[in-house]
Design a protein around this ligand. Sequence first.
Ligand code: NAD
Length: 257
Amino acid sequence: PRTYVITGAASGIGRTTARILIDRGERVIGVDLQGTDVSGDLSTPEGRAAAAEEAGRLVDGAVDAVIACAGLSIPQPITASVNFFGMTEFLEALQPALTRSEAPRVALVSSMASMQPVVPALVDALLAGDEGVAGEIATRMADDPRTANVIYPSSKRAISRWVRREAPTARWAGAGIPLNAVAPGTVVTPMTEDLLASDDGRAMTDAYVPMPLNSHQGPESIAHLLIWLTSVENTHCAGQTIYCDGGADAVLRGDDV
Ligand code: NAD
């Protein structure tokens, strides 16, 4: 069996991915705030470091794949910290353990929302690795109703850009580690439960994310893609954000490929 570390494994996409892999006989170490093998808070540098250290200990210093799913969509500064640094710093901390695998792989969950308007200053601060400045910008954004909901798309734009920048480098491609992201449309999980419960919420969501193919998706639609990206079969897909979104990206981005 292969050994996987999965963040956000207590719920939604992470949980479904973990369950499919376990059913196939793979070994999964789940990381989340609670209810998984490793309890940790990925919103702080100390929490990430401690969670990565504990996960590394449980896999005896060698891991075949890390799948970063943990995320938040609330219009608060913590969303930027968890969605960006909770993925990137956690992955960087486990990179040495990945180099001890014969077929190491990494996948992250970005979002269709990465295509929506962003605040470039927040995206830049995240990519610069400056959590203090990012926090200040996100705090100002959260205080303004016109920008509070832009924290989430900005965090996901930064993730897709980070994957693009990092994937070809010595740390990842140079170490034989394919690094990619997936971008879901509207997935039916606890994250979207409240939004999809009302007619208004559904209408607003569908206006932002038109899904001509099969409408809203179950978490397994994303799980299967994450599993392929982190499988031995993926030898040459790197630096991509793969949209698995019922055709939403094709509708919204159109010819701009
Ligand atoms: P979810 O809420 O069901 O699961 C997210 C998990 O992340 C939860 O278990 C939560 O406890 C964990 N988490 C949150 N903050 C954390 C922290 N500080 N430390 C550790 N763990 C923390 O949501 P989901 O829909 O499964 O989302 C998974 C990923 O998919 C997220 O990155 C989300 O942004 C992304 N995504 C979701 C959708 C959607 O429509 N649901 C669409 C696009 C992208």
